[in-house]
Ligand binder design. Sequence first.
Ligand code: PMP
Length: 415
Amino acid sequence: MNEAAPNIVAGFDVERARRDFPALAQEVNGAPLVYLDNAATTQKPQCVIDALSQYYARDNSNVHRGAHALSDRATVAFEDARKKVQAFINAKSSSEILWTRGTTESINLVASSYARSVLTAGDKVLVSAMEHHSNIVPWQMVAQTCGAEVIAIPVSADGELDMQAYENLLDERVKIVAVGHVSNALGTVNPVEKVISLAHAAGAKVLIDGAQGVPHFAVDVQALDCDFYAFSGHKMYGPTGIGVLYGKADILNAMPPYQGGGEMIKTVSFAGTTYNELPYKFEAGTPNIGGAIGLAAAVDYLSGFDRSAVAAYESDLLAYTHQRAANFEGLQRVGCARQIAGAFSFLLAGAHPSDIGMLLDQQGVAVRTGDHCAQPIMKQFGIPGTARASFALYNTRDDVDRFFAALEKAKTFLM
Ligand code: PMP
């Protein structure tokens, strides 16, 4: 099956990359692991594991204000990590990079602080119908408190944003547009440049949920001109518990703080408290120092590749998957947008997705099944969920072949 298997595509050597990930070299249920659950979380390269372990073994200390060497070292590494993320997404200033726990917290920060302060009764927040729950629920929670409305931008049966319907929805009551760069449930790559420019022309601010964007292609927040961009470390080869909110400095400066506590203040008195400057105004309490340092190692790791070569490799792998899927009897793709990255969602006639997942796992193939935290789009498609194989830079055509072989075997139990 592997005739044209290009394991070195245009300057990217996947076999070499695979050796960086110790977790890939294991057997699961008696078979070599095929890890296809990368949209949920990616495996970690040794350099990220080493960065975490070296930080805890050598430099562990609280950051800022420490009067000793370890605290100085931790502070330098922590702030260098912020600068690395700034360069990685081409933000204008490192003070526009806020550390969060992940995409979910980044969106909650914008909803709680920005949205709560600007939305009034009758205002609207537009999200797409294919959003992850974390890009729906925070807006609903805030909208409820101020009489605003969260409205879904329609999505076609192929899983594409209906741009005409979007334009029609944009009026002066729309204050915020929040759309995913790439859908975790369908793999759709949304035309975010157009989404952003249309929103701006209508006077709305835009948040892009980049959880599934940054792992697959280079992102330039200045070129996009988005107001906010949110992503998670653990989906881009970094640790869990660390993520990023990028925001334009003028907007962040005007926003009220998100949480109160240490670090986010300048002075505290019972007569009145004053707040710290960016980015610290939004970073109450001891941050995830090790996580930030681990994420910086992941940024270094990704930046060590020609990212467009990696993106070309991944899209070739997805095209190969689609080609094999087209010849697999009983398989139905869910999400057939013209531009897709990362995820391959599907159904097998007569089989429940969770049974597919279990039967694949018994053969060492890890996928995810369910609604992928995207119940509205599943409801629109009239299905409870899908099975989803999702790819990272270390997956190969051999993984895809093993996935389809395991699916073929699963079919004999399911039908
Ligand atoms: N948005 C999208 C598109 C996602 O795929 C995910 C994770 N599945 C999230 C948001 C939430 O990310 P996290 O759980 O890391 O906060």
